[in-house]
Design a protein around this ligand. Sequence first.
Ligand code: FES
Length: 584
Amino acid sequence: MGEPTAPAKSLADLRSRRWFADAGMRGFAHRQRIQQMGLRRQDVLDKPIIAIVNTWSDLSPCHAHLRERAESVKRGVLMAGGTPMELPAMSLGEVMVKPTTMLYRNFLAMEVEELLRSLPVDGAVLLAGCDKTTPGTVMGAISMGVPTIFCPAGPMLNDRLVRAGEPSRQIGAGTHTRMFWDEMQAGRVSADAWIDLEARMTRSPGTCNTMGTASTMTAIVEALGLALPGSSSIPAMDAAHPRMATRCGERIVQMVWDDLRPQRILSRGAFMNAVAVQMALGGSTNAAVHLIAMARRAGVALTLDDMDAVSRRVPVLANLFPSGAGLMEDFYYAGGLPALMQRIAAQLSLDELSVAGGTLGQALAQAEVRDAEVIRPLDRPVSANGTLAVLRGNLAPDGAVIKASAADPRFFKHRGRALVFDSPAEMARACADPDLDVDADTVLVLRNAGPVGAPGMPEWGNLPIPKKLLAQGVRDMLRLSDARMSGTHYGSCVLHISPESAVGGPLALLRSGDEIAIDLEARSLSLCVADAELEQRRAAWVAPVQPYSRGYTRLYQQHVTQAHEGCDFDFLQGDGPSPEPAIF
Ligand code: FES
């Protein structure tokens, strides 16, 4: 349970007073510069300063509405007696940023931590929601430790595909892109229809409307207690969204007076609640990496084994793509996250605190499921297989994950020969080859795609089905990699193999033609090659040459931890406080 009480703060205790109440020349300069921007000296002397950390940019469609939402937050801060200050932070729009936003999650976390530390702020509202902006901003805010509330960007609107002579059907961002692409490769979607889809599948600003990584992570942050109850499910374009943003602004001011810091909220119980939510949602595998990274920032021990244990007892109840059939608007109408959490209340620690000011149990008291097809009852789950299985064996000594709820049960126990690719370019070339030596039982493998190797552990783990097999009607195969997979994707993909091949993990020793065995029930992933042979291969293995001799990417490769450790930088982990900046 989170730390229940802390002494209330008075004006004299505010952190910003170190800047603005200073009687010397520095204090004069700080107040002078504030007045240069048209504010009054009492705006910074008599009120808490609230940072609105905004990840808006013109190249981040998921955050396209966040400039307007910042105004709603400001309104709430002003109404509650605070002074809002908007601070831009790195905007990581998942689709545009190359080679992968994951390369920059830790960069954003560092930026948020240092923004909040270096500036005169007493509390923070985080405006974010795309896959990496949520964990990135939250990780930074945890490490800085000022009272913080997360204001989720909200999912984009649903879309439907309506064609003459066909029943209309829901289509969601991400999930259906790969599905329609495969259909086009197989000749079942025309070039005109493909262009038409380009303009149809993403109808409004907001995050992906499936239960992909974005919706998983904002739900997890709400379950942790860092966002207002119900806030993560509100569609970005619903009128309730700016109202929620205003409430965030009001609430953060009171949180400053109550000294309600993340450290008082983020207990192990809060993290286990978040894991249970991930499993009941059929959430993204990416959450496994981000949850561990956030927990380590908070000084909480959380492991892949914790997630596997929760996945075995919490069934998938949210009937949402890619595990189910609905989209995020459906989830909102059905009652949203509080309703889902009420369904699994017996698995939750209800005494945990939240930014709302009470306990989780209090927050869930009024929740109700309004559509039992979207939020299923416990005796009628979407999948009884669980969301996430953690596999181990001689191919993944430190673990690997598979999204069981989005995989074909045919591959839960499987043995096949490996076809190994060392790069995405090699993979793309091979998969386009109509004569590729491959069948439906082959295990496709991509390596050098982990945190160090790629670098940045991109979402390459949903390896394409070879064109030759698409034409035969094959739509899923067992696929393995040290990469991640988009939370909007589906398929029998074993991901996050740790340690990765680029640092000498056993994946580096694999050769095409070797047999691989998976047994989901036993949670095993094995390379069926004799130990003596593997030792010979290890002796001959040469680490790949990395082209980055300078810059951020070099820093990343030198300090990033492996997937089972959260891929944070080794020097950013831990919950020890950093010193406050000197003011002279
Ligand atoms: Fe931003 Fe999917 S691309 S949430």
